[in-house]
Ligand binder design. Sequence first.
Ligand SMILES: Nc1ncnc2c1ncn2[C@@H]1O[C@H](COP(=O)(O)OP(=O)(O)OP(=O)(O)O)[C@@H](O)[C@H]1O
Ligand SMILES: [Mg+2]
Length: 583
Amino acid sequence: MPRRIQVLPDALANQIAAGEVVERPASVVKELIENALDAAATRIDIEIRNGGKTEIRVADDGHGMSRDDALLCFDRHATSKIRVPDDLRIVRTLGFRGEALPSIASVSRTTLETAEQGGVGTRVRVAAGRVLGVEDCARQVGTTVVVRNLFVNEPARAKFFRSAAVETRAIVDVVQAHALAHLSTAFRLESNGRALLELPAAPDLASRAGALWGDDVAARFLALRHVHEGVSAAGLVERPDAAPTGPRRVHLYIEGRPFRDRELVRAVERAYRTTVPHGTRPSVLLYIGVRAGDVDVNVHPSKAEVRFRERWRVEAAIEQAVRSALAGIESAATLDTRPGLPRMPQLERQSGDERAAPPIGQLAFFVPAAPGDPDAERADAEAAPGGARTESRARLWQVHDMYIIAETRSGMLIIDQHSAHERVLFEQIMAGFGNGATTSQRLLFPITLRLTPSEYDVVDSLRALFEGVGFEIEPFGGRTVIVHSAPNPHPYFDPQRCLRDMVGELATGSELTRAAHNQHERIAMTFACKGAIKAGQKLSQQEMDELFGRLFDTELPYHDVHGRPTVIRLSLEEMERRFGRHG
Ligand SMILES: Nc1ncnc2c1ncn2[C@@H]1O[C@H](COP(=O)(O)OP(=O)(O)OP(=O)(O)O)[C@@H](O)[C@H]1O
Ligand SMILES: [Mg+2]
């Protein structure tokens, strides 16, 4: 009997592998950039023609290859990056399979030019997987790979290419994604001779984000940094009041490697609860680090996904990280027209040999923040005169019976009295639901309310929760109810109006009631919104002091439950700038 099974020739095996590795021009660009980064390049120049369909050229100034390696690198499973199985567990390079170059070369016409320190340059030409020639060439240290006519031998796959504009967009995304993780490398992307991206080496993430998107976009972000039980998270998240505007950007990295993960993005979104309206999708740039061995990066054909050993731990750490960033004064809206870019965690370059011995359990990304820097403003707010965290007396002024102005060490805060009180009441009610504490007063004259059928349903089904807020409600036949007790959140509180407004909103539904995640939140939010001090209410000094103090005792003092800011900060610096006091 003849054998049915045979081992595929290399060229065919590579072509099959290419099916997974190379999907479109952007995948080629991704692989070539990763190789350049692994070679510790400080500059990567990318040129594309016709969306990369006609030509892709990636040049780097990395360590280059010897003549032998230049030939070997087109062999399947030829890699310099891992040697023994254990290396895979702690792989620090972006590549490790030895598949990218042979795959690319099997479906295109590829030329590689490379030179090592002190060596002569080598040029290797490969067409559809066949080596056409190897020769000396003049070249500085580094590597250039030119890939022409992608899928020249697979017209069926070339048919799946999209327009040059769409393929170009995908390539821009790939370059951006890597540029945001490798700050000390300069990137340049040119399409049909026109520069699309010009990114010099950046000292920190803020400058890189600014170079990519403009400083005003970068300034919408909040820096975060958090380490918890072996998981570190650093990066940028959008300020809640900025979140609804503009297209969303999501970039996740593990050890300098971009990856996708819907669940982690959800964890970020969970952290935004009660600070943004439902459906708001904030942008995120997150750099995650776990202990060696706690992540498997070898689970996806194009390495676009990873697997965490203890995913819940990572999700929890990320949620906490974002939550604590939202709690800081840096998350407050600013008045500054030229807001200082967020002070961001500096990311260290993450490539090649420098990654050889990373500290275990800690991201090589993180370098300590400038001493005393990031938390200064936060401390400032907490130490604000009259702040809840100090005993000193407040210096607060009310303007237009709507806003409270507070002096702080580095400038001033403008507080929206209604929004601020909303945040205070919301957190107070939610805490009360948790520990059973309610503050309620027996009414001297019980209130009688006639309700519509849907309003009656709301009251009837949520009676226990209304009670948790402090409303003791008794059905009185028909659709009438009697209210015996009511909360007393402030001296100007009108229980009848508050309850009517709450019930009305709960019965008809509103953006706010939809933003809530459960009935408890729904009740707490509507009560906070209807029961808080109104704009237009004059406040005594003592009332202002109390509101101010209680606001800064909340978990998220800078955001109300609608996604609006409660506080706007104006720095001395900005005032000086506006009054021309600089210089
Ligand atoms: N730009 C470059 N500079 C220096 N060496 C390179 C460069 N590109 C490739 N190499 C060498 O060629 C080898 C093969 O590259 P290739 O991309 O095919 O595999 P890999 O990077 O090891 O793994 P992966 O398939 O996961 O990308 C690399 O291990 C590296 O030694
Ligand atoms: Mg590679």
